[in-house]
Design a protein around this ligand. Structure first.
Ligand code: IPE
Ligand code: IPE
Ligand code: MG
Length: 254
């Protein structure tokens, strides 16, 4: 496997279609509240959108889709809502994995899954194993994920495997840390989308978003359709990605 290029070490090869789209699926609760529905109804509707956006990414030949499903800070929510989100995740894994497999989708879950109950952990393991060889789309679900957790966890794992690095601090560089980060092997996101109107990263892929193009939309996640995805891609296609260079260099790289 060719290692994806780090955007801070080299300028990646770019195409019209983003190789990797990462989405913060936000606004489920407000969508429901606006309709005088319980927040749960917003989360349920959000699941339908996951299906639609996965299918849209396959059609558009976007190779990697990463979805933020539950952050390391979402445990702060009322217990009822946390339980509901876990149940939704479990039923999605139970019902949809076969469909993902049939569509050549590889499912990965990133985040600290040790805090999940054993049944959920088993469903995750089975889904990952069952779809391991699939290559059409890699769907990464970030669950109990936090960008700071990812970096700290990577640092700990690296030093556990290679304790000699602590004696030679100069040798700790990006390439040393990279294999231990949750998104190792996957190109950095080209396009980040956050639905729901907030303009923040909320501890999502802090390391990997270094040079990602950011797109914020007021549309709530339960209303984020394939047509909305196309608007985000269109906006992405109008950006000039300079990676530190001047505009003149980008236009005439020789
Ligand atoms: C996103 O929608 C879903 C999760 C965080 C799991 P929210 O539940 O955050 O919806 P709002 O932001 O309250 O509207
Ligand atoms: C971010 O949304 C996390 C997910 C979508 C899973 P939040 O709704 O939790 O983010 P904040 O709290 O508004 O920053
Ligand atoms: Mg929110």
């Amino acid at each position: 496997m060719n290692r994806p290029v780090s955007s801070t070490l080299a300028v990646p090869d770019l195409g019209e279609i983003p190789r990797h789209v990462a989405i913060i699926m936000d606004g489920n609760g407000r969508w429901a509240t606006q309709r005088r529905l319980p927040r749960a109804a917003g989360h349920a509707k959000g699941v339908d959108r996951v299906r639609e956006i996965v299918a849209a990414c396959i059609e558009r030949e976007i190779g990697n889709l990463t979805l933020f499903a539950f952050s390391s800070e979402n445990w702060r929510r009322p217990q009822d809502e946390v339980s509901l989100l876990m149940r939704l995740f479990m039923s999605l894994l139970e019902r949809e994995v076969q469909r993902l497999a049939d569509n050549q989708v590889r499912l990965r879950v990133i985040g600290d899954t040790s805090r999940f109950e054993p049944r959920l952990r088993e469903l995750i393991r089975n889904a990952e194993t069952m779809t391991l060889e699939n290559q059409r789309l890699t769907l990464t679900v970030a669950a109990n994920y936090g960008g700071r957790w990812d970096i700290l966890n990577a640092m700990r794992c690296m030093l556990r495997d290679r304790p000699e690095l602590a004696q030679n601090l100069e040798s700790i560089d990006e390439l040393a840390l990279q294999p231990y980060l949750a998104m190792d092997g996957i190109p950095e996101p080209d396009l980040f989308i956050r639905t729901g109107g907030e303009q923040r990263i909320s501890n999502f892929l802090l390391w990997q978003l270094a040079y990602t193009e950011l797109y914020f939309t007021p549309v709530f996640w339960p209303e984020f359709s394939a047509a909305q995805l196309d608007l985000a891609i269109k906006s992405y296609q109008q950006r000039e990605r300079r990676f530190g260079r001047t505009s003149a260099q980008v236009q005439d790289p020789c």
